[in-house]
Design a protein around this ligand. Structure first.
Ligand SMILES: NC(=O)c1ccc[n+]([C@@H]2O[C@H](COP(=O)([O-])OP(=O)(O)OC[C@H]3O[C@@H](n4cnc5c(N)ncnc54)[C@H](O)[C@@H]3O)[C@@H](O)[C@H]2O)c1
Ligand SMILES: O=C(O)C[C@H](O)C(=O)O
Length: 394
């Protein structure tokens, strides 16, 4: 059997890096010991070149050229055929775990990690994982455009999280501006990319993103998806606990939005078909609607859900990539442009395909409890969506 590209190139890479390391040590020592300016100048140039091999990103000289250098050094032979994915906010609580999970996704060939802080560390760390995706890091607004250029999927967990006592809407003041800036970058550099928006309040930030894209003339409603997968993961978990089932066997549609009463689990549509007592319905609905607050309180000031969210975001991103690849029957809940209700955006099951959310499913039959919940959800959602629209239009 012929060796794979990676096996074939490995001995050569090992020798090269040993050589680079030895020369680096030699030149550093020589530079310290040598007193003539001429030698020092030449040695410094060599050290800079060798450092670039050891730490291909973020040395001050290279910062501006970071992505270009990455391309020159691109390990194309070791890279997967696959999709190009950017994570904006990659150094955060969600961002770091999500970066790790996306580096493990075999559908990803190139992973761009962008943040305004600590992107170099996260990039160096994740890039040592021996999986197929090539990783490049981007730090600060000057590198945003390089981070976004050519991307197929952009995942946005950038922004501040809640502390106990706060609502998601309390994050609007800071996160609205962050989402606006990042989406302006998307509109300019990868207008055809699918966007997975995680930053809260999702019920408003999705509307903000849509308005930014409309203003730029790049809006494709199918490609803008608010991530509500964590609500579904929680619903599956809590329902499975009540039913005594494995959560992987349970499927609970969660519709509406992503905050308090706007999170509406449709327990009458649970698979496998199950019946619940009135108190089970009350308990489950409350717990699913307040799952985020449960984590915020347990973390006691240290942020909100990060690990379960990274898991949920990675699951949703994988579904988007499978859709892009052309897989059939990829269905997930998401907060998208919708005609299911009178609201401009609403979360329901959607079918993901080559162009994004290609089909938005109807709600299906609701019981009386769910109909009452739907009215409450719509009332709150209407205000949150309008707040997002106004942020850009006014
Ligand atoms: N949709 C959901 O289900 C869901 C679930 C959990 C958390 N969230 C939200 O996700 C967001 C992030 O949560 P976290 O716990 O990871 O927070 P965090 O503070 O740990 O990380 C946020 C990261 O965003 C970065 N950031 C800030 N401004 C930026 C900018 N302009 N460009 C790029 N990066 C920027 C920060 O430097 C930080 O690294 C919060 O708004 C939170 O409420 C959403
Ligand atoms: O609750 C939060 O603030 C974070 C997130 O929206 C969640 O549902 O965990």
């Amino acid at each position: 059997m012929l060796p794979t590209d990676e096996q074939h190139f490995f001995p050569h890479k090992l020798l090269l890096s040993k050589l680079v390391y030895l020369s680096y040590n030699f030149l550093t020592r020589a530079n310290k010991e040598n007193t003539t300016m001429e030698f020092r100048g030449v040695a410094n140039q060599r050290i800079a070149r060798i450092s670039a091999h050891l730490q291909p990103s973020f040395t001050p000289q290279m910062e501006a050229k970071n992505s270009v250098m990455g391309r020159e050094n691109c390990r194309a032979k070791g890279g997967n055929p696959g999709f190009k994915v950017a994570i904006l906010g990659a150094a955060g609580g969600i961002g770091q775990s999500l970066s790790l999970l996306m580096k493990m996704n075999p559908l990803v060939s190139l992973l761009h990690l962008y943040d305004v802080v600590n992107a170099p560390g996260v990039t160096a760390d994740v890039s040592h994982m021996d999986t197929g995706a090539v990783v490049r890091g981007f730090l600060g607004p000057k590198q945003l455009e390089d981070a976004l250029t050519g991307m197929d999927l952009v995942i946005i967990p950038a922004g501040v999280p809640r502390k106990p006592g706060m609502t998601r809407d309390d994050l609007f003041k800071i996160n609205a501006g962050i989402v606006k800036t990042l989406c302006e970058g998307v509109a300019k550099c990868c207008p055809n990319a699918i966007v997975n928006l995680i930053s809260n309040p999702v019920n408003s930030t999705v509307a903000i993103a849509a308005e930014v894209f409309k203003k730029a003339g790049t809006y494709d409603p199918k490609k803008l998806l608010g991530v509500t997968t964590l609500d579904v993961a929680r619903a599956n978990t809590f329902v499975a606990e009540v039913l005594g089932l494995d959560p992987r066997e349970v499927d609970v549609p969660v519709v509406g939005g992503h905050a308090g009463v706007t999170i509406l689990p449709l327990l009458s549509q649970v698979k496998p078909p199950s019946s619940f007592t009135a108190s089970e319905i009350e308990y489950l609905t409350n717990r699913i609607q307040n799952g985020g607050t449960e984590v915020v309180e347990a973390k006691a000031g240290a942020g909100s859900a990060t690990l379960s969210m990274a898991y949920a975001a990675a699951k949703f991103a994988d579904a988007c990539l499978r859709g892009l690849r052309g897989d059939a029957n990829v269905v997930e809940c998401s907060f998208v442009a919708s005609q299911v209700t009178e609201l401009a955006f609403f979360a329901t099951k959607v079918r993901l395909g080559r162009t994004g959310a290609e089909e938005v499913y109807q709600l299906g039959p609701l019981n009386e409890y769910e109909r009452v919940g739907l009215e409450k959800a719509k009332e709150e959602l209407a205000g949150s969506i309008q707040k997002g629209v106004d942020f850009i239009r006014k």
